[in-house]
Design a protein around this ligand. Sequence first.
Ligand code: B12
Ligand code: SF4
Length: 480
Amino acid sequence: MRVMLIRPPAKHTVESEVPEAVSAENLSYPPLALMAIATFLKEKSRHEVCIIDAQLDNTPYEDLERQIRDWKPDVVGVTAFTVQLVDVHETVKTARRAGARYVVVGGPHVSDFPRECVGLPGVDAVVKGEGQKPMLDLCDLWERGESPRGLPGVMAHPDDPVPEQDVYFSNSLDDYPLTDRTLVDYRRYYDVMGRGGIFTTMISSRGCPYRCTFCNTPRHRYRVMSPSRACDEIEACIKLGISEIYFVDDTFNITNARVIELCDEIIKRGLKFSWTVRFRVKGATRELLQKMKAAGCQRIQFGVEQGTEEGLLRLKKDVTVREIESAFRLCREVGINTVAYFMIGTPTERSRDDVMDTIDYSINLDPDFVMFNVLTPFPGTTLYDEGLRDGVLDLDPWLKFMREPRADFKAQVWDEHFTRAELREMLNTAYRRFYWRPKFVARNLTQIRNPQDFLRKATAGVRMLTPKLPRLLAPPTQVS
Ligand code: B12
Ligand code: SF4
């Protein structure tokens, strides 16, 4: 079978309360999920496989249709984020017009809302959870002309039961083949906050045992990759000239022991690359951070969300303000850059002053970068259920959107205390107040390494303030 995996173009992404300047940079990450599935198919079967990242160039649908017609796939697999549902549907229709025999959809949206996805027009099957093994089984089965109904992890008819558990090829992430990054134009991906080198993402553990109320990750079982297998994959990236890796693990530091072992292996093998992780502040000790720094960690992203004990408790973050401040202080002392993620408009921010306090807190915490989001609870999270119970949120608009995705859909924000317009205004204020400070500008000027670095940072800064401005600098095409 000829299998084409497509990441849809980003033409109708649901408007989220994130400034366009920030969300535009979302287009620069590689389609890791599709790369993992394609590698698996290549290694474990004789199916031919290719990936089209239509998001990277925001490919027009006519061009996408031509690409599909030219390659003549038997199976088209489409990856789906909830916010991209309109484009997922457009892509499915395009694949059908272009003559694809079978169309399958997978990805975080299907994993979160399998029941709502099955039976969508033009879709033969959906895959819930990890896609490698179910996709292989599906292709084998379609090749034999059999029906996919009853296949583990797959739904092919509205009457099919929702798979109770994700289908893992193996409980150990070590058993997956090393993701082949040459399946995409890997030199074109970059990280706007990075150093300008070729950039990729990698996942070294899956799932998170914590229970933050706004997050749906806790449903996934925690599984890890061994340090040795992780370093094999890092080595393969370095051989391709990749110099920056963002570990997209839900939470990189579930245990300090795992992080230390991985760092020791990186140091032992002498792997030179700069890396970023998503971290919890709990457990961020000086010893751990020093070890990470020695192994090349350049940046840590922390989900701070709130700057009060009440706010943190309400979101069940299971961290204290003291732990947050200690983690940021230690990172500064050790020399690791930080990004702090904050939410605006949470249940415990009842007045404009409360939100301004959150913004003040973010400035006093002094991270290198900050990302603010308006709290937009997703169905399936504890916070969403609380919103339904308390009459703040309504499930119907979401269900309607999932069945008939429309480009003008606006995800519900937590509007218990503010209107959407007020939240947006405060969000813009937050970005302006953080990034317009002389301290921020001065710090970034002192960290500039070369003219390309200057242009990139200037672009990012100017875009932050004038969202409609196009990129001044093209993504890197070679190692800097
Ligand atoms: C890296 C990342 C990003 C990056 C890059 C995203 C990108 N476009 O690739 C950035 C920072 C840009 C980003 C942005 C956003 N993200 Co994000 N992001 C992630 C993160 C941390 C890792 C994704 C990843 O690469 N995983 C590794 C791969 C291997 O696993 P996977 O994606 O789960 O894929 C497997 C299965 O889903 C399945 N599968 C996937 N595609 C397909 C296709 C087929 C055909 C099949 C059969 C199977 C299949 O098989 C894959 C392999 O096992 C995840 C959380 C996580 N740890 O997964 C959140 C996550 C995907 N993001 C999420 C969200 C909400 C967002 C934003 C909307 C946030 C915001 N408010 O702006 C934006 C939307 C961006 C956009 N417009 O596309 C949600 C998605 C929820 C949903 N229902 O859609 C997640 C799950 C986080 C969460 N728990 O809430 N994100
Ligand atoms: S927000 Fe982070 S720490 Fe909290 S449950 Fe989700 S992944 Fe885990």
